[in-house]
Design a protein around this ligand. Structure first.
Ligand code: PGA
Length: 243
């Protein structure tokens, strides 16, 4: 299986900066073993479409509503993303969960809708620091998986991103043992839920310096990268981690 390297740009980059990035990325040599996905902010989706639609570098939205159209001010329509040539829907990122009160039930509803239209949901899960300190990591991951994947079709595309919340944007990457344990647990639990061969990405302060170690941990099928994905050279260095 190819390793997946997904860039979560959050609310960074102007459309002009996005175009420059896409141009640079397309002209770079990209390893055949790397599957690249970009999640730009909504105002940059059209730039992504212009440069990447039909390309082997894929893109998607950072959020995706459960309806295709209607009176949902501020939401992103999965149908419009699809029409732009997008293939992915990033769902349940911890910033959506903690800052915008998104529940796992809502994430599942969005994931079902995305799948129904032919987008692949990338569903994020991860524990808070206090939950880890209290020894509740596996319980939290199990609950988030059960609830966020309720009604999601195991026979259609799905990717899970494990992002310990305390490692996101903090520079504090999870240690190899923590990543190995969490990914093994998620892999086993997905199997119990009937999901086979679902790629599991790690996210949280992934950098060119730590990617080479993390990428070889069992059941780490790639990364979801925030800050270090904003620079083409740094993103490409991470994407060559498994070479
Ligand atoms: P980070 O963000 O790489 O900047 O920690 C990861 C994410 O939020 O997906």
């Amino acid at each position: 299986m190819k390793k997946i390297y997904a860039a979560n740009w959050k609310m960074h980059k102007s459309p002009k900066e996005a175009r420059t990035f896409f141009g640079d990325l397309k002209s770079a040599a990209i390893s055949d073993s790397a599957h690249l996905i970009i999640f730009p902010s909504s105002p940059c989706l059209e730039a992504a479409s212009d440069f990447l639609a039909g390309n082997k570098i894929e893109f998607g939205s950072q959020n995706s509503h459960f309806e295709s159209s209607g009176a949902f001010t501020g939401e992103t329509s999965p149908l419009l993303v699809l029409q732009l040539g997008g293939k992915w829907a990033l769902l349940g990122h911890s910033e959506r969960r903690t800052l915008f009160a998104e529940t796992s039930e809502l994430v599942a509803k969005k994931a079902r809708a995305a799948q129904g239209l032919g987008l692949t949901p990338m569903v994020c899960i991860g524990e808070l620091l206090n939950e880890r300190d209290e020894g509740r990591t596996n319980d939290i991951l199990a609950r988030q998986l059960t609830e966020s994947l309720s009604g999601v079709d195991p026979s259609r595309g799905l990717v899970i991103a494990y992002e310990p919340v305390w490692a996101i944007g903090t520079g504090r990457v999870a240690g190899p043992d923590q990543v190995r344990d969490a990914h093994e647990f998620i892999y086993d639990y997905l199997g119990k839920l009937g999901f086979k061969e679902v790629p599991i990405l790690y996210g949280g302060s992934v950098k060119p310096e730590n990617a080479g170690t993390l990428v070889h941990i069992p059941h780490v099928d790639g990364f979801l990268i925030g800050g270090a994905s904003l620079d083409v050279a740094s993103f490409l260095k991470i994407a060559s981690a498994s070479n």
